[in-house]
Design a binder for this molecule. Structure first.
Ligand SMILES: Cc1cc2nc3c(=O)[nH]c(=O)nc-3n(C[C@H](O)[C@H](O)[C@H](O)COP(=O)(O)O)c2cc1C
Length: 218
């Protein structure tokens, strides 16, 4: 199985979030797991310009930077660990910018059959809002959420075991192709919502419309 860890702290190896996320990776462990780490800090990912090129022609983007590298890795992964510090009760701008650049994932449910786990740290303990946002992001892309681990920056060492357990759960969910019934209801509601939009915009977003047809969703 392929696991991708995307870490958005600019502090890279010194990051408390990354420290916790590495434990999740350890938990995924075993010889079956092929793990990759991406530090968004190492990459140049510019803002989405809302030109809609990527909807007309799937993932075609006029902004020539490193976004496609991460997007490709996300498409290849079975499990994605999204690790972000709390920046004003949100993921970092770098992670949000990546999400914006990959909005085709939302239109075409491209993370379907994948599992996402979240890792968040904060200065003051407000982690839940950010975990909830990552869970929401997973569902909008049709991925299931294996869970999250979070901590105050100065208490991360108390959460290492929980992080390893989350990694183990993520790997087990992938292996057994776990179906979370309640989550699938949310994901299916999202599908119905986008079905209408894709049909409405079929003349603009030709390749995305064809993608839906090829999948037999229309
Ligand atoms: C721009 C910025 C915004 C932040 N906003 C919050 C916040 O709203 N709430 C909070 O508890 N901590 C906030 N923090 C603190 C970080 O979330 C915290 O130090 C985190 O553990 C840093 O993670 P890292 O070591 O992985 O970079 C903020 C830090 C920065 C730099």
């Amino acid at each position: 199985m392929k696991i991708l860890l995307i870490s958005s702290s600019p502090r890279k190896e010194k990051s408390q979030t990354f420290l916790l996320a590495k434990e999740v990776l350890k938990g995924c462990g075993g010889k079956n797991a092929e793990c990759k780490i991406v530090h968004l800090r190492d990459l140049k990912i510019d803002f989405c310009r809302h030109c809609e090129s990527c909807h007309r022609k799937i993932l075609l983007c006029p902004v020539k930077d490193d976004a496609h590298v991460v997007i490709q890795k996300m498409l290849e992964a079975d499990g994605i660990i999204l690790a972000s510090p709390n920046y004003i009760n949100q993921v970092t701008g770098s992670m949000k910018t990546l999400f914006d650049r990959a909005s085709h994932f939302i239109h075409c449910r491209r993370l379907l059959d994948k599992y996402i786990a979240a890792v968040v740290t904060s200065g003051g303990g407000q982690d839940l809002e950010v975990l909830e946002y990552i869970k929401y992001y997973a569902h909008t892309c049709a991925a299931q959420y294996s869970g999250g681990v979070s901590s105050c920056a100065y208490k991360v060492s108390d959460k290492l075991e929980e992080a390893r357990r989350l990694g183990k759960r993520l790997a087990a969910n992938i292996e057994e192709k776990k179906v979370f019934t309640e989550q699938m209801k949310i994901i299916e509601a999202g599908k119905e919502h986008f079905k209408k939009i894709i049909q409405l915009r079929k003349n603009d977003w030709k390749e995305e419309y064809n993608y839906w047809r090829q999948k037999g969703w229309l």
